[in-house]
Design a protein around this ligand. Sequence first.
Ligand code: GLN
Length: 220
Amino acid sequence: MKLKIGHLYGNLLNTYGDNGNLLMLQYIARQKGLEVETEIVSLNDSFNASDYDLVFFGGGQDYEQLVVSHDIQNKANAIKTYIENDGVLLAICGGFQLLGHYYINSAGERLEGISALDHYTLNQENSRFTGDITIYDEKTGDTYHGFENHNGRTFLGEGAQPLGIVKKGTGNNEKDNTEGARYKNVFCSYFHGPLLVRNQHLAERLIELAIKNKEKKAGE
Ligand code: GLN
């Protein structure tokens, strides 16, 4: 079986070792006997939802995010289709922010997201949330460890699910103890470090979900 991973804007949004998440996905997939192909989908490329078994969308600086926020509007429908069809997607920090409604950057400019998930992100003045962070997912009993470094303060819509509840660190914002977001097979987080290298159980889960989707498609 071959797994095709799409790396959204991998040449622009790739800070703080986020690409380590891809290495981890490749490592786990190969351990399970799968072949892996990774493709960057970037500016002016089209995103064909049915081409990918797994999608990774990393974080970045405000300037790159501004460029991406314009281009991604052309891919918004295709990305939403992928998500609504149970596509597996991992988004970190800047990628997480752009899957929501909008992101007010550190200069106060509004960058449009694609509203694939129900959250929005505000900024904070001359400050960042930086440091080690630990969260707990009450539904699965999973604990996640990582490192956060973001100016953005993200607020989830009513009923939107976080990835976990903050045990140590800040998370989405200074107010509600949530971190990241979960929707269908989409996992969002502020964790760098990279997330999957420090939390192998999540890497396993993403690969297993991708395999399940592939088997379902093959049986249709
Ligand atoms: N530029 C965004 C922020 O500061 C995202 C940062 C990141 O992806 N690490 O909130």
